[in-house]
Design a protein around this ligand. Structure first.
Ligand code: ADP
Ligand code: MG
Ligand code: MG
Length: 250
């Protein structure tokens, strides 16, 4: 589904990604682990099509299509979803209204008509039920005064409604207490699907106790330096990143 080949990316004249190679098959959940500053968020932004990232070399293919030639809204229409590390607050806009706008934007980019209110209400009710989200949260402005756990629930709800084929979760675990972590992980696990691939970015092994990945990649200094199964996350937790940094230098 997703092929990243020799990806080099610059931000403000600094090379941040230095030849990333990664293949993610349909239905698989891959984790990317790496220390702070290794370029994990940069990779997720480049995948989502955020501006100000200059790709100097390499390619990204989504089901064989050149993702780098697509605008951010075209990527969303094609089924790419990025859950941010720091969710934005939107004062004055009810979460419900935001979700409807997000769904309609995706539909528009796909050349589909607007969702009717009853169809939207039904979709929200189904998704909120699946994720055990209380309806009253949806009437409040998006993320304003939300707890860390509520922000993540809102994000996972948005993900459920947009039904992406590629989900990128960038440090969805940061700032969550253990109960919220379980709720979010359960939500993500419910959205696992043979047609959906997920890239879970984290620097804590503990998230992967709940969202068990098929494949783990270790990221260091802007590259994937090691790929393995879920036991690699445990090895990393035990040894720390230093060993992997050396394999990067070699
Ligand atoms: P991670 O998510 O692994 O912590 P990031 O992708 O956020 O890493 O950052 C990787 C490196 O790129 C860091 O050294 C960071 O300072 C740098 N960087 C990220 N964004 C910018 C930016 N907009 N301008 C300059 N440097 C940046
Ligand atoms: Mg970071
Ligand atoms: Mg980051």
């Amino acid at each position: 589904m997703l092929e990243i080949k020799n990806l080099h990316v610059r931000v403000e004249d600094n090379e941040i990604l230095k030849g990333v190679n990664l293949t993610l098959n349909r239905g698989e959940v891959h984790a990317i682990m790496g220390r702070n500053g290794s370029g994990k968020s940069t990779l997720s932004y480049v995948l989502a099509g955020k501006e100000d990232y200059e790709v100097t070399e390499g390619e990204i293919l989504l089901d064989g299509e050149n993702l780098l030639e697509m605008e951010a809204d075209e990527r969303a229409a094609a089924g790419v979803f990025l859950a941010f590390q720091y969710p934005i607050e939107i004062p004055g806009v009810a979460t419900m209204t935001f979700l409807k706008a997000a769904m309609n934007a995706q539909r528009k980019a796909r050349g589909e008509g607007e969702l009717s209110t009853p169809d939207f209400m039904r979709a929200v009710k189904d998704a909120a039920g699946l994720l055990e989200i209380k309806q009253d949260m949806l009437k409040r402005p998006l993320n304003v005064g939300f707890s860390g756990g509520e922000k993540k629930r809102a994000e996972i709800l948005q993900m459920a409604l947009l039904a992406p084929k590629l989900c990128i979760l960038d440090e969805t675990d940061s700032g969550l207490d253990i109960d919220a972590l379980k709720v979010v992980s359960e939500g993500v696990n419910k959205l696992r699907d043979p047609e959906r691939s997920m890239l879970v970015i984290t620097h804590y092994q503990r998230l992967l106790n709940y969202i068990v990945p098929d494949v783990v990649h270790v990221f260091s200094a802007g590259r994937v330096v090691e790929t393995g199964d879920k036991s690699l996350a445990l090895e990393l937790e035990a040894k720390g990143y230093a060993d992997f940094d050396e394999s990067n230098a070699a």
